[in-house]
Design a protein around this ligand. Structure first.
Ligand SMILES: NC(=O)C1=CN([C@@H]2O[C@H](COP(=O)(O)OP(=O)(O)OC[C@H]3O[C@@H](n4cnc5c(N)ncnc54)[C@H](O)[C@@H]3O)[C@@H](O)[C@H]2O)C=CC1
Ligand SMILES: O=C(O)C(=O)COP(=O)(O)O
Length: 387
């Protein structure tokens, strides 16, 4: 029996895939697994039973990944599961920036009842007119799940698309339309493009990347779209650029006290992934990941431990060990199991940066004493036996 706790509401389409072996708890301290969307977890203390955190979504900057790794907690996300939802809103954002659709709708709503709205609209409409996307240059920074979709669809709107991502994955590169211009520096995007959209994670290396220096390289009247994270854009600098007219529109999915109410800012209340489809996709993927991890020890889409898939367990016990990626760990595990007269049927070890994961299937059953001995090995961070 596993206990799960939800820090945000998670779609029932996913939650319904948890069977009778899973029970909900309102007490995070006793949970085996926590499901979360954007709730901030940095200040949380984690209970001793916690084995996994599943982020039903892409960005994991709300979760203390290293602290979790050190406490033997595997953190998962759901790559690509909400990318289409975000892509569609980015396109809407570009259209809202191109013409003053929002201003026009507000004007109609505020119209006094005794006037001739049809006649007045024809006089007034020039105030809300704009430009078309077709023929404009779009720069996409970050060609992951979302960036690739945005880049490809923009080509169908007649835009000339520039893409920049020095770490692009092979999968993303395969998915990218051949007509996308490969920018080798981010400055090329800043200098050439009429619309610039960012789709990178919030990391130390990306925070504040759109600042006054970056903006100074951009075209007069550029449109910047940020559906990734507020911290990627220096809030003071973007406000100054909007006030000065250098940036025509800043479309963001992240309200901050600095940007709300600034002329030229189109601020959306973090709706990128808030579609039925994205919420269902994320929840289903998150639940599948935690079930496979808790029931079989397999890791898929972890952001702090290596992925590792050894299939379902055979008749004997399966030992899973989370540990630091340092020499002689496997030697110590196998020596200990040999001393305990355990025959190893299967063994896999995977590593990712500072952390590693070893799965060992034995023919027999593992005692609590063996688990304690494994736990006491230096650099071991978590041991579990799946019976
Ligand atoms: N508004 C919303 O509701 C949503 C926002 N997001 C945000 O969007 C971000 C991107 O999401 P996905 O595309 O799904 O993630 P992803 O991980 O598939 O793609 C991120 C891409 O950024 C690239 N990258 C990293 N550093 C870079 C740099 N300095 N310059 C250029 N490229 C760089 C990576 O190589 C990768 O290809 C997430 O991290 C999250 O913060 C994601 C989903 C929903
Ligand atoms: O997946 C992401 O990174 C998002 O920003 C979506 O966040 P949400 O699940 O809507 O709170």
């Amino acid at each position: 029996m596993f206990k799960y706790h939800c820090l945000n509401p998670i779609s029932a389409v996913g939650m319904n895939k948890l069977d009778e072996n899973y029970v909900k708890t309102e007490n995070a301290d006793e949970a085996d697994v926590i499901l979360v969307r954007s709730a901030k977890m940095h200040e949380m203390e984690f209970g001793k039973n916690l084995k996994a955190i599943a982020r039903a979504g892409a960005g994991v900057n709300n979760i203390p990944l290293d602290k979790c790794a050190e406490e033997g907690i595997v953190v998962f996300n759901t790559p690509g599961a909400n990318a289409n939802g975000v892509k569609e809103l980015v396109i809407a954002g570009m259209l809202l920036a191109a013409r003053d659709v929002v201003g026009g709708i507000q004007w109609v709503q505020e119209f006094e009842e005794d006037g001739d709205i049809a006649k007045l609209a024809e006089k007034k409409k020039k105030a809300f007119a704009g430009t078309e996307l077709s023929g404009k240059k779009l720069g996409v920074i970050g060609l992951g799940a979302i960036g690739v979709l945005v880049a490809n669809v923009a080509t169908h709107l007649g835009m000339e698309v520039y893409g920049y991502d020095p770490y692009v994955s092979v999968d993303s590169a395969w998915r990218l339309s051949r007509s996308i211009h490969h920018a080798t520096t981010v400055d090329e995007i800043y200098k050439e493009c009429d619309y610039i959209t960012i789709h990178v994670p919030a990391l130390d290396s990306t925070k504040g990347m759109i600042d006054k220096n970056a903006i100074s390289l951009m075209k007069e009247g550029v449109v910047i779209l940020n559906f990734a994270r507020d911290v990627l854009v220096n809030q003071e600098d973007i406000v100054d650029a909007l006030v000065a007219g250098k940036v025509h529109r800043y479309v963001t999915d992240f309200p901050t006290k600095e940007i709300v109410g600034v002329k030229g800012a189109i601020v959306i209340p973090h709706l990128g992934a808030s579609t039925e489809e994205s919420e269902d996709n994320c929840a289903q993927m998150a639940v599948a990941e935690i079930r496979d991890f808790l029931e079989n020890g397999n890791i898929t889409h972890s952001v702090n431990y290596p992925d590792c898939n050894v299939g379902t367990k055979a008749d004997g016990d399966r030992i899973t060990i989370l540990h630091r990626n340092v020499p002689n760990m496997i030697g110590q595990f196998t020596t200990l199991l040999a001393q305990e007269n355990q025959n190893i049927a299967l063994m896999t070890n995977k590593s990712k940066k500072e952390y590693a994961y070893t799965v060992i299937d034995v023919d027999g059953s593992v005692s609590d004493e063996v688990v304690s001995k494994l736990e006491s090995i230096t650099d071991v961070l978590g041991v579990r036996v799946i019976k």
